[in-house]
Design a protein around this ligand. Structure first.
Ligand code: G4P
Length: 301
């Protein structure tokens, strides 16, 4: 194993925790201040890790506002699992839609979903003669989950900031996405639940946490150990592993085998596990390893 970048996941968690307290307090204040400016909240989560990519205290911050969930990056997730997540959210009373904010797939379901959660409110507005009143929605999500991609796609590439009015500040960026519909970008940085080791790990697998702070071989090894449990077939197919190789193997052993199969050798015939690790992470993050969901709807939350 290359120990040049000998930072462990624990180091990463420590780094993250040091980063976030300042942001947390500021963001909490900003969201609490801005929440009264919107009618609903659109929470974006990563469809591959819907538990880890949620903010742990969002429900407190949004103070009972109607909410919809966007299961983003669904192009890279396991469609069967995405379906179960959609059912679970709906059963919990928070309607959700699967989207791909890079291509725009699924986004035509977004506005109807917001209208659905605001149905009663809209009926009251209409009774009061406020037909066609502008609907304002705050977009929230942890870094890298796809907030900018969503806004860009819905604004059709343009960054149409709404003209001056109360609540429009440098911190509060508004976007018009159609007649009578406005989005407010998350004010501040919404942190994930980093104190949980699995959360840190899963976010690192997806690339939401930058690799510079992590030992990539260890990370790839952990990813392989996770995939052996729920997607062994994908590993065998992608890396042409022999039948019966995987059971009982540790992550570092699988990584070595992948390096061997790919011919990633250094002088003296030593396997370049650093290259193998980079390949595994890259292929997982680009879904070349398959459509994979690491956190299942039936898992405990
Ligand atoms: P953020 O504002 O919440 O921080 O996230 P942002 O939209 O910047 O998205 C983070 C990365 O995730 C970007 O990739 C973006 O293209 C990608 N992404 C967002 N939504 C989706 C999706 O539904 N599917 C896929 N496959 N990718 C998505 P990047 O590599 O950082 O940037 P770029 O190379 O795309 O410019």
């Amino acid at each position: 194993m290359n120990r040049q970048n000998d930072k462990t996941l624990q180091d990463m968690e420590a780094v993250s925790i040091q980063w976030f307290p300042g942001h947390m307090t500021r963001t909490k204040r900003q969201i609490e201040k801005s929440i009264r400016l919107v009618d609903a909240v659109a929470e974006i989560v990563d469809a591959r890790v819907p538990i880890s990519s949620r903010n742990p205290v969002l429900h407190q911050l949004i103070q009972g506002k109607p909410r919809v969930i966007l299961l983003n990056k669904s192009d890279m997730a396991d469609p069967a699992e995405t379906k179960k997540w959609l059912q679970r959210y709906r059963a919990q009373g928070t309607p959700a839609v699967a989207v791909d904010c890079r291509s725009g797939k699924g986004l035509n379901g977004f506005i109807p979903l917001v209208r659905e959660v605001l149905r009663d409110k809209i009926a009251v507005w209409e009774e009061k003669g406020m037909v066609g009143r502008t609907i304002r929605v705050m977009v929230v999500g942890i870094p890298n989950v796809g907030k900018s991609s969503l806004i860009n796609k819905l604004c059709r590439g343009g960054k149409a900031a709404v003209a001056d009015r109360p609540g429009v500040t440098r911190e509060n960026r508004w976007f018009t996405i159609g007649k009578g519909f406005e989005l407010l970008d998350t004010p501040g940085v919404l942190w994930p639940k980093f104190e949980d080791k699995t959360v840190g790990e899963h976010l690192a697998f997806t690339g939401a946490v930058k690799d510079e702070v992590i030992d990539t071989e260890r990370l790839a090894g952990r990813l392989l150990e996770t995939l052996v449990v729920s997607y062994p077939q994908a590993l065998c197919e992608r890396y042409r592993l022999d039948d019966g190789f995987l059971p009982g193997k540790r992550g570092d052993e699988i990584l070595e085998e992948i390096g061997r199969k790919r011919g990633m050798l250094m002088s003296g015939g030593v396997i370049n596990t650093e290259r193998a690790a980079a390949a595994v992470l890259d292929e997982f993050r680009s879904a070349r390893l398959g459509h994979i969901t690491l956190e299942k709807a039936e898992d405990n939350q």
